[in-house]
Design a protein around this ligand. Structure first.
Ligand code: DGL
Length: 263
């Protein structure tokens, strides 16, 4: 039975896997986390494109029917380039989140938060404007959020102070909808909510991309009905570190992560 291939710069893409498993419990999944080369959020476009192509070539060795790019940085800086290189459908996390945000906003003011690479690419902004040119977008990079989540600092004074500083421009702009444009940010939802207030809608791209993957597979008659789906995890370094963090992102322990050397 074919599998859905998912890749990310590291462990964060497991937030997307969590949603895929929730919404598509009968699908086999092969995950690759590029833990040897993480983070991608501060790297150049050329480097992210090269790493992404290598990651896809690795996944394609596993009888893959669709590739889901869980990483927001890859989806925003590299996806348009890499999509043309492969026949297999490749789905990124940007468009689904953008559609949901444009649908959700009442006052036409949307905030976007992500890594430096994601924000610098302006991909979210351009896709939002393409859907609705009247929307005012305020985009802010929040580089400290990734290490906070990986260190398990999901609440407390330090995170709250940093979040208040980063999110100030969004508050000043009066956004009513914010796209969590990074794999790690769904874990900081409570802090972000506390800073922005409960009336601001947070868009979780992980949830949205799982809906999109399901739609594509259904349209292609490729949905699986295996009773016991297999979930396999590969990393380019530090499988123990990955497995240790997996529970936080996936909501459950993984059996094992395999280290691969050929990426
Ligand atoms: N996975 C990345 C993203 O969603 C965050 C971690 C990194 O910078 O590689 O943008």
């Amino acid at each position: 039975m074919k599998s859905i291939g998912v890749f990310d710069s590291g462990v964060g893409g497991l937030t997307v896997v969590k949603e895929l498993i929730r919404q598509l419990p009968h699908e086999n999944i092969v995950y690759f986390g590029d833990t040897a080369r993480v983070p991608y959020g501060i790297k150049s476009k050329e480097t992210v494109v090269r790493f992404s192509i290598e990651n896809i070539l690795f996944l394609l060795k596993h009888d893959i029917k669709l590739i889901c790019v869980a990483c927001n940085t890859v989806s925003s800086v590299a996806l348009p380039v890499i999509k043309n290189h492969f026949k297999v459908p490749i789905v990124g996390v940007i468009s689904a989140g953008v559609r949901e945000a444009v649908y959700a906003t009442q006052n036409k003011r949307i905030g976007v938060i992500g890594t430096k690479g994601t924000i610098r690419s302006r991909t979210y902004e351009l896709e939002i404007k393409e859907l609705d040119p009247r929307v005012k977008v305020t985009a802010v990079a929040c580089p400290l959020f990734v290490p906070f989540v990986e260190e398990g600092w999901l609440s407390g004074d330090v995170v709250l102070t940093v979040a208040r500083t980063y999110l100030k421009p969004l508050k000043q702009a009066g956004v009513d909808t914010v796209i969590l444009g990074c794999t790690h940010y769904p874990l900081l939802k409570p802090v972000i909510k506390e800073v922005l207030g409960k009336n601001v809608t947070l868009i979780d791209s992980a949830q949205q991309v799982a809906i999109e993957v399901k739609k594509i597979l259904a349209a292609e008659g490729q949905l699986s009905n295996v009773r016991k789906a297999r979930h396999r995890f590969y990393v380019s370094d530090n499988p123990e570190w990955f497995s240790g963090l997996a529970k936080r992102f996936l909501g459950r322990q993984i059996k094992e992560a395999h280290k691969v050397n050929n990426v």
